[in-house]
Ligand binder design. Sequence first.
Ligand code: NAP
Length: 208
Amino acid sequence: MKRLGIMGGTFDPIHYGHLVAAEMARAEFSLNKVLFIPSGTPPHKERSDITAAELRFEMVERAIQDNPAFEISALELRRIGPSYTVDTLRVLRRTWPEHELYFITGSDALRQIFSWREVEEILMMTKFIGAARPGFDARDFLLQVQKERPETQERIHYIEVPALAISSTDIRARVKRGQPIRYLLPEPVRLYIQQHGLYTAQVMSDKS
Ligand code: NAP
């Protein structure tokens, strides 16, 4: 059976940490393809905090253009209302029937999985790869999995990604302070941020 990686995240903005995580997961788990799915309206976030989905989508498009194993999907963008992972996985199971699914996301996001809608169904549809920043301690979470869903233990994996020392939050703060972000993300993404005036104090206050 073929293997499809699903890279789920807000990507506000996408950076080298995400790209390295996706590439490491691809190699380590022999994934045939990694599909980036920028969240539409993430279920757990205030809409006003986040850059418009279309702009985040365009930044991801620019970031992955030189990797033939990476693709982007507008699946969550087209959805109206909160974007639940369970709905995304249901569609992907239909559109990629001959593939085993591996959902790749940040280890901090994964830690919250038991609060996600229809988690049992989710855990049956996909395996998980949590991309961890150096020093992340997964023990508490794995103990919780062992206690609450022992049958799913083998479906959750972690990879340590040193490049995840880079964070979207830090990049946004740097832009706001007028500090450089070059080399933290692909150059076409940096230029896109500059051209659209994203994350500047003005844009941020306009949204609040
Ligand atoms: P988040 O809370 O913004 O991010 C949590 C942490 O994970 C941050 O440190 C973030 O770093 C990192 N991260 C996020 N996506 C990553 C990725 N693909 N690879 C590596 N690190 C990543 O999380 P989010 O982006 O909103 O959500 C992550 C995924 O979980 C999305 O696909 C979302 O739809 C899904 N989710 C589903 C539900 C639900 O169905 N109820 C609830 C919550 C989340 P950066 O800030 O640097 O990205």
